[in-house]
Design a protein around this ligand. Structure first.
Ligand SMILES: Nc1ncnc2c1ncn2[C@@H]1O[C@H](COP(=O)(O)OP(=O)(O)OP(=O)(O)O)[C@@H](O)[C@H]1O
Ligand SMILES: [Mg+2]
Length: 199
């Protein structure tokens, strides 16, 4: 697939996702919650990273609320102020102030005391633009998640567990992956769960 074809694919998938109605989004968020809330990987995680949805992304908000209520430590990504195209994660507690960033995406306010290394997270819910049944992920095209979690490939570690979450309409036949692409351990859509070793 040429870079131009990847750009066109991203554009199409983002358009499809944006066209979902509020009702479809709410139903998808509830189904995502129902698929994940009872799972061991979710309730056994002590530190979990979520994201605040934008651009039609599926909303993991019910899971965030449940994790906060259970006393699990929750984190949100923030664009790294110094390292190019990398994310850092900061603790989020109910009622914390959020500010919209350069792209209009809400972020917590950076306070060094609440910032943690991506390596100590147990579980990360990863947004995506497209995916395939083998758990390959197509992101927004900046490599943020790929760079931030590249240590997993260098060290062969499986922590944190990376769980891509998406609408089923974001699934494509087969995505070509590049050397730098970090594969998801699981992808959960509003309709199905995909695992690389189960296809
Ligand atoms: N670990 C890395 N080190 C250096 N450059 C990287 C790394 N990962 C990705 N990149 C660069 O980032 C660019 C975008 O990567 P890619 O097209 O895979 O983005 P993406 O996975 O769609 O986006 P994202 O991860 O932000 O959602 C690529 O051109 C690639 O060279
Ligand atoms: Mg990538």
């Amino acid at each position: 697939m040429t870079p131009q074809e990847r750009t066109a694919l991203r554009k199409n998938l983002r358009n499809t996702r944006r066209q979902l109605t509020i009702r479809e989004q709410d139903e998808a968020a509830a189904r995502l919650y129902n698929s994940i809330a009872g799972q061991r990987f979710f309730h056994s995680a002590k530190r979990i990273a979520f994201y605040l949805p934008s651009d039609g992304e599926i909303d993991p908000g019910f899971l965030l609320a449940a994790a906060l209520a259970r006393g699990q430590h929750c984190y949100l990504p923030l664009i790294h102020p110094c390292k190019k195209n990398r994310l850092l994660f900061v603790r989020y507690r109910s009622g914390d102030v959020l500010r919209s960033n350069h792209w209009g995406i809400y972020e917590p306010v950076l306070r060094s005391a609440t910032r943690i290394s991506a390596r100590v997270l147990d579980l990360v819910f990863v947004p995506l633009v497209g995916f395939d049944a083998a758990c390959n992920r197509l992101g927004m095209g900046k490599g943020f998640y790929d760079r931030t979690f590249s240590f997993r490939m260098h060290t062969g570690r499986h922590r944190p567990m990376l769980v891509g979450v998406a609408h089923e309409c974001q699934k494509v036949g087969k995505l070509e992956s590049s050397d730098w692409d970090v594969r998801m351990d699981k992808i959960v859509s509003d309709q199905q769960t995909y695992q690389p070793d189960r296809i």
